[in-house]
Design a protein around this ligand. Structure first.
Ligand code: NAD
Length: 523
C-alpha cells in the first residue's frame, strides 16, 4: 500500500502511516509530477498547497482517500472525488481548542487594549490612563454558532465567570440545555451581549450576517470577535460602527479579502487584527496530522473513517450500532443482484425493528447499493459513489421503516424489481449475516461462498433430480434448504456448494423437468 504525503505535515502522522504503508513524503511535488505519479498511490495526504484537481483524480486509479490535514478542502475537487468513489476526509476537530484559545486571546486583547498598549510601550511611551480596560467577569457572552469551536469558547468563558447566550437555529434545545447555555434569537444576542463571538461557517445565509442594522442593535461598549470566516461581518458596516464608536471594539482574524488590502479598518485603534492564524499552533498541526493519518490507516485496513466529507456523517454511537449490519447489507445487495433475472430498475429497502428507530439509514442503503453494483460492474463501487452510479443506471430506490421485525431485534428487507423479474431477500445479523426469507419462503441461510438457487415445482422426486444432476457433474453439496408456498405448489432450493457451477451444468439443471429457474451465486 502506497501513501503520498504531498505537503509537509507533523512527523508523528508520517510515523503512524509508516507502520502500515509504504510512505513517500514528497512535499515539493509539482502539479505535473503529481499528475504523472498519482496512479501509484492508494492515499494522498495534503495540507493547503497541493491541488487535487479533477485531472489528478481522473488518473488516480488506485486512490481510495484524499486526506486534508486541516479543515478547508478548497484545494480538492470533492465532486470529482465523489464520482470516482474516493473519500475526502479532513480533521475539523484538530483546530477547535486552538481557535477557541485564540478567540479568548482576542477577547482579552480587545478588552484590555493589549495590542495598542504593547505598541505604545515599544514607542517608549507610558500612557497608563489611555488603556483603561474592562473585565470579562459577569459579562454576557453572545455566541453566534455553537458548534465545535463555539462550545469550546463557552466552556472557557465560564471559567471567566461569564454568562452565555447563544444564537444557533440548528442547535436542539436539549443539547443547549446539556451545554448549560441559553438559546436566543440573533436580535436578543446582539442587544444583550457584551462580547459577541462568531463561530458559524460562511454560507449564503451567513454572508454579512452582521451588518449596519445588527451593529445598531449592539450595546455601545460591546465587542465583536470574528475568528470564523471573512465575509460574515460586513467590513464597511464594521468600520462605521467602530469609527463612530457605536460599539466598543472588534477583533478579527479573518477578512473579506485576505490579506486585507488598503482596508480602512487597519487605521483604527479600537480593532485588534491577526493574519488568519487562529488555527496555527503546533498542537493543532500535530493533531491534524495524527487524525488524518489514523483516517488513512482505517481506510487502508478496510474500515470506515469518521470525518468523511463526501458521505453522511454518523456519530460514533450510531456507527457502533449499524456496524454489524454493514456486512449483511453488502450480502443482501449482492444476493439479490445475482439472483434476479434482468437489470434492476426498482429497489425497495425496508428497515425493521431497532434499525427503523435510527434517524437516518443512509449508510446502510449505500452499502446495499454497493453490494448490488459490485456484483455487476467491473470498476469498484463503494459507499461514496454507489448512489451516483445507481442513479446513472436508472435504479429507483424507496426506503421504508417498520417497527415489526418478526422475532428478531432488527431485520433488513431488500426487494429488487427488473423488467422481467422480482426478487426479495430478508436478513438479520446473528453475530454473522443470516438470510431468513427468500421471496415468500422462510429459510435459514448463511450467505457465503458458492451458492445455488433453484425454483421448481413441488412434486415428489424434484429435489432428488436436481441433486442427482449436480452429483453426476461432480458438484459437491455442502448444505441444502428448501421452502415452498403450499404442498404441491412452487418451491425453492438453496444450496451451498464446494465450487462454482460451470455454465453448461447450470443449463442442464435449468432443462430438467419441473425446474423453472436456477442460478449460481458467489458471495
Ligand atoms: P461547526 O460546524 O462545528 O459549527 C458551526 C455551527 O454554526 C453549528 O453549530 C451550526 O449549527 C451553526 N450554524 C450554521 N449556520 C448558522 C446560522 N446561519 N446561524 C447560526 N448558527 C449557524 O464548525 P466549527 O468547527 O465550530 O467552525 C466554526 C467556524 O470557524 C467555521 O467558519 C470555520 O470555517 C471557522 N474556522 C476558522 C479557523 C481560523 O483559522 N480562523 C480555523 C478553523 C475553523
Amino acid at each position: 500500500m502506497k501513501v503520498l504525503v504531498a505537503d509537509s505535515i507533523n512527523q508523528k502522522g508520517i510515523d503512524n502511516l509508516k507502520e502500515v504503508a509504504d510512505v513517500v513524503a514528497d512535499t515539493d511535488i509539482t502539479p505535473e509530477e503529481l499528475l504523472n505519479t498519482i496512479s501509484e498511490y492508494e492515499a494522498i495526504v495534503i495540507r493547503s498547497r497541493t491541488k487535487v484537481t479533477r485531472e489528478v483524480i481522473q488518473r488516480a486509479d488506485k486512490l481510495k482517500i484524499i486526506a486534508r490535514a486541516g479543515v478547508g478542502v478548497d484545494n480538492v475537487d470533492v465532486v470529482a472525488a465523489t464520482e470516482k468513489g474516493i473519500m475526502v476526509v479532513n480533521a475539523p476537530e484538530s483546530t477547535s481548542i486552538t481557535v477557541a484559545e485564540h478567540t479568548m486571546g482576542m477577547m482579552l486583547t480587545a478588552a484590555r487594549k493589549i495590542a495598542i498598549a504593547d505598541k505604545s510601550v515599544k514607542e517608549n511611551k507610558w500612557e497608563k490612563s489611555r488603556f483603561m480596560g474592562v473585565e470579562l467577569r459577569n459579562k454576557t457572552l453572545g455566541v453566534v454558532g455553537m458548534g465545535r469551536i463555539g462550545s469550546q469558547v463557552v466552556s472557557r468563558c465560564k471559567a471567566f465567570e461569564m454568562d452565555a447566550i447563544v444564537y444557533d437555529p440548528y442547535l436542539p434545545k436539549e443539547v443547549a440545555k446539556q451545554m448549560g447555555v441559553q438559546l436566543a434569537d440573533l436580535e436578543t444576542v446582539l442587544k444583550e451581549a457584551d462580547f459577541i463571538t462568531i463561530h458559524v461557517p460562511l454560507t449564503p445565509e451567513t454572508k454579512h450576517l452582521i451588518s449596519t442594522a445588527e451593529f445598531e442593535m449592539m450595546k455601545e461598549d460591546s465587542f465583536i470577535i470574528n475568528c470564523a470566516r471573512g465575509g460574515i461581518i460586513d467590513e464597511d458596516a464594521l468600520f462605521d460602527a467602530l469609527s463612530n464608536e457605536k460599539i466598543g471594539g472588534a477583533a478579527l482574524d479573518v477578512y473579506e479579502e485576505e490579506p486585507p488590502k488598503d482596508s480602512k479598518l487597519l487605521d483604527l485603534d479600537n480593532i485588534v487584527v491577526t493574519p488568519h492564524i487562529a488555527a496555527s499552533t503546533k498542537e493543532a498541526q500535530r493533531d491534524a496530522a495524527i487524525i488524518v493519518a489514523n483516517e488513512v490507516i482505517e481506510v487502508l485496513k478496510g474500515g470506515a473513517p469518521k470525518n468523511v466529507l463526501n458521505m453522511p456523517v454518523v456519530d460514533q454511537k450510531t456507527y457502533e450500532e449499524i456496524k454489524p449490519y454493514l456486512e449483511l447489507c453488502k450480502k443482501l445487495g449482492s444476493f439479490v443482484s445475482q439472483a434476479i433475472t434482468g437489470q434492476i430498475k426498482e429497489l425497495e429497502i425496508v428497515y425493521c425493528g431497532e434499525l427503523s428507530e435510527m434517524a437516518n439509514q443512509d449508510i446502510l442503503t449505500r452499502t446495499v447499493l454497493q453490494g448490488i453494483l459490485n456484483s455487476v460492474l467491473i470498476d469498484p463501487v463503494n459507499m461514496i459513489n454507489a448512489p451516483t452510479i445507481a442513479k446513472e443506471r436508472g435504479i429507483t430506490i424507496t426506503e421504508g421503516k417498520t417497527a415489526d421485525a418478526q422475532r428478531y431485534d432488527s431485520l433488513i428487507r431488500v426487494k429488487a424489481i427488473s423488467e422481467k423479474d422480482e426478487f426479495s431477500v430478508e436478513g438479520t445479523d446473528l453475530h454473522e449475516p443470516v438470510i431468513i426469507k427468500i421471496n415468500n419462503y422462510w429459510v435459514d441461510v448463511k450467505p457465503e461462498g458458492h451458492m445455488f438457487i433453484s425454483k421448481y415445482n413441488d412434486i415428489p422426486g424434484a429435489i432428488g433430480t436436481i441433486g442427482t444432476k449436480l452429483g453426476e457433474c461432480n458438484i459437491n453439496i455442502g448444505t441444502m434448504q428448501v421452502g415452498r408456498d403450499i404442498a404441491g405448489g412452487k418451491a425453492i432450493m438453496i444450496l451451498t456448494i464446494d465450487q462454482k457451477i460451470p455454465d453448461n451444468v447450470m443449463e442442464e439443471v435449468k432443462n430438467l423437468d419441473n425446474v423453472f429457474d436456477a442460478v449460481g451465486l458467489e458471495l
